[in-house]
Every structure is written in structure tokens, then in C-alpha cells.
Ligand binder design. Sequence first.
Ligand SMILES: *Cc1c(COP(=O)(O)O)cnc(C)c1O
Length: 389
Amino acid sequence: MHVLTNSVHAGRHDLRTLGLHAPPIDRSTTYPLSSLEEGTHSLEELAGGAKSASNPVYQRLLNPTVARWEAGVAALEGAEAAVAFASGMAAITATLMAAKASGKAHVVAVRPIYGGTDHLLATALLGGEVTWATPDSVAEAIRPDTGLVLLETPANPTLAMVDIADVVAQAAGVPVAVDNTFATPVLQNPLALGATYAIHSATKALGGHGDVTGGIVACGEAAAQPLRQVRILTGAVLDPQAGWLLHRGLATLALRVRASQEGAAVVAGRLAAHPGVATVTYPGLSGGDPLGLVGRQLSGPGSMIAFRPTGGYDRASRMMKAVDMITPAVSLGSVDTLIQHPAGLTHHVVAEDARDAHGISPDLLRLSVGIEHPDDVWADLERALDLSL
Ligand SMILES: *Cc1c(COP(=O)(O)O)cnc(C)c1O
């Protein structure tokens, strides 16, 4: 089905037989067992990573409300399964742990990536080694003990674009995980390009309203089972209320992504034409998509913009203060427009030489365009550009 239809209907297939129109919220932490044997059998199945069992047993093992949202995201990603987590970082952590549990602890990661992910890998908190690669050097970074290749495209925060199919070919059978948070499943489906995992911080566009934290990994059923095992053992489960909110938000995902993308295209063009702006990076502007991936890998340029005002860090800092309707805050993908400073905030934890090497400069600002009228977003930005002179 079309993405507009899937957004509305995916994960709701059991509702009619339940006699319901809206998904119910199941907050049970435990479930009555019809027999001890049913409990033991269900527990064994779920602990082994099964998607479902005749009895959920315990909320940390399975929750039907969260499972409906998982089915919805799986449908949108064209995946057999999706596994929900308490946050995007919990989803990334579980993916790294599942790779490590397979006996291969070495990770190849393509910078730039989200600051938290960069920090997690750089500190080796989970053990294992990381090799930082460029999109062209993944093949030479692969070792016999490489368990995962990790990348983002468009990447946070610079909108750097990576050819997923090319990296998959270079990975030569090593699973590739794509953090698909910026693109959303509406614009890009990494699994169709050969990736093993599509990871989302659902805190961003999937939730879309700035009021719920969550994460999810879409993948094949075989890859999902170790992720469910990690989730059970580490306890990084998504709360059912959050799962319900995320499923509710899914219905308008395609509409929101398209509306914010339309606004972002207008705003990016106006930023590029403004004398107070040194550079604008947006996949829909010339220079923003050097590999020609829009239309091929990514169906549209999206709603994220990276730009550098003239005047360095001080102007960027003053702009963050000068915006009025736009919220100066980290996060992205909300219905309202947000502006933030990667070097000072989301990517402050990234090693300074890595920030410099990947364009996370002191004057870089990242804009997440919401679904407001683009004229109003632009009016606020233009005023902030003037006030910050
Ligand atoms: C925010 C973000 C994350 C982390 O997600 P949380 O929900 O904050 O844990 C991971 N990757 C990207 C690209 C992000 O923007």
C-alpha cells in the first residue's frame, strides 16, 4: 500500500476482531496464566526472542500495545519486524550488543553520526573496538571480527549523504545498520537497499510532537530475535503509554514529513539567498546532494537544514537567542521548528578534531523545520539574522 495509507492503517489489523476502532492501552505488568505449563512455554519462547507467545507473561517480555506500533513501523520500513526500545540510544545500544553477542565486537562507523552514538562508540563503553571510516573507506576498514557497519544518511548534523547500497557492497556480508532518523521511513527505506537494520530515534519525527521518547529497529525476523533478547535482559523497554502515543503519531507521519519538507525547501532557498548566510546544506539545494541520491535512495530532501551564518560562533550564538517563534532547543522532527548549535550541544561530546574534520564548525546551526507556514518560519529567521548582526 501507499505510504499515506500504511501510516494510517499499519499495526491496526487486529482491532476489528477486538471490536475496537482505536488501539487500546494495555498497561499490565503481569498476565494471568491459564496453567503453569502455558507460562513456562510462553516464557521460553519469549526469552528465545520470539515475536509473540500465547501469554505475554510479563511486560518486560512483551506488550501488545507496543507490539502494534512495532508492526506499524515494520510495515512502513518494508521490514518483517521492528523492535521498540525506551529511546533511540537504547535501540542503538541493543544493535551494538546484538552484534557483539554474535562474537564479532569490532564496529566500523561512518562519521558524522549523532553525538551520543559517536560518544558511545568512542568511549568503548560496551567494549569492542571502533574504526572510523569515510563512505569510501568502509571496505578497507572491515576485519574478520567486524560485526557491524553503522552509518547515518542524511547524517546528523551536517546532512552529509551516504550511498547505502554502496556501503552494503563494501561491507561484503557484514550487517549494515542505518540510522534513518533524519530521513524517516516515509522518505527512505534502508532495508530495500540491502541494509540489515533501519534504526530510529522515535523521539524525533516518528513521535513528531516533542512529547515522547522512544527508539525502534526495523529488520528481518532473524535479526529481530537477538534484539528482543537484549531488550529483555537489559530492560530497555518502551513504556506502553509511549508506544500508544507513537502509534497514534504514526497515522500523520507521512503528512507531517511532506508538509515540513515543503516548508524546509522554501526556507533553505531563502537562507541560501540571504547575505547573512555563508553556506546552506540541504539535500534539495545544489551542492547538497553530490551523489545524486535524492530521487534514488531518498525520495525527497526532508526537513533538516544545516547552515552557517556569517560572523562565526558569536553570530550563531546570538541567532539562537534572537529567534522568537522558533524554539532554540535540541531534538528535531517536531511539528514546530527547532534550531540548535551542534558543536555546543548535540555534538559537543564528539572529539574536537572529529568535529573539525566533518564540518561541525563553531558557526554551524541546525534547523529542523516544522509544519508551520514557511513564510512565518522565514520571517522569524530573517529577523534573527538581522538582530544578530
Ligand atoms: C536523537 C538521535 C538519536 C538518539 O535518540 P534518543 O531518542 O535521544 O535516545 C540517535 N540518532 C539520531 C540521528 C538522533 O537524531
